[in-house]
Design a protein around this ligand. Structure first.
Ligand code: 5GP
Length: 193
């Protein structure tokens, strides 16, 4: 997605060896026009796929997932990272190792929001080693629902997330694919969408 690649080039900051900071448009402040384009691009791709829900993980997946769900006219569910006293009914859980926080935490979705009839599109902001997406897939499969595909805003293709997910039989579609960081600049490879 050209608009996204241009924004990453102009506003993204490379931190260390493998982190991209995009807090001015995606992970802290959110550019709603760009999110709308992102949502429409995913929705266009999956409009015939019979998606019933979009699932993401809090917090930074919520913006792109919400715009995707709106464009597909389906609900969006975000997995919660901390246990909440209002979650009194059955919950489905998975352990997820966070790439940026370097801790393992339990993520959960209330059982009542997923059923075996659901066809799910997972949407997340970044794909690094695939742990967040793997945790979401685990939860969705516990509910007997089907994961149709994993839609990623920014994939770091030099990490092994795509391989992990594809080897588990899942389709990954990314709007921007980063091949490498070179002298503080982002070098892209051909994106999926
Ligand atoms: P994974 O689970 O695929 O290893 O990592 C994906 C998760 O880690 C995303 O949900 C995202 O929140 C975070 N993440 C991974 N890499 C980056 C990065 O380079 N920049 C930012 N801002 N977040 C990242």
């Amino acid at each position: 997605m050209q608009l996204l690649e241009e924004r990453i080039q102009t506003a993204g900051q490379v931190l260390g060896e493998n982190i991209l900071k995009v807090d001015s448009f995606l992970t802290h402040q959110v550019d709603t026009n760009l999110m709308k384009e992102i949502g429409q691009t995913f929705a266009q791709t999956f409009k015939e796929a019979g998606i019933t829900k979009v699932v993401t993980i809090e917090a930074s997946g919520i913006a792109p997932a919400l715009y995707t769900a709106e464009a597909l006219e389906v609900p969006m569910i975000f997995a919660k990272k901390s246990k909440n006293i209002t979650m009194t009914e059955g919950i489905l859980t998975a352990q997820v190792y966070s790439f940026t926080k370097q801790v393992t935490s339990q993520v959960s979705i209330a059982e009542k929001f997923l059923s075996s009839d659901d066809k799910i599109l997972i949407v997340d902001d970044f794909l690094a080693n695939g742990q967040a997406a793997k945790g979401l897939i685990e939860i969705i499969e516990q509910a007997g629902a089907k994961v149709e595909a994993v839609g990623i805003v920014i994939e770091k293709s030099f990490q092994d997330g795509r391989q992990v997910l594809e080897e588990a039989g899942h389709q990954v579609l990314s709007l921007a694919r980063i091949d490498r960081f070179q002298d503080g600049q982002v070098v892209f490879r051909q994106a999926d969408l």
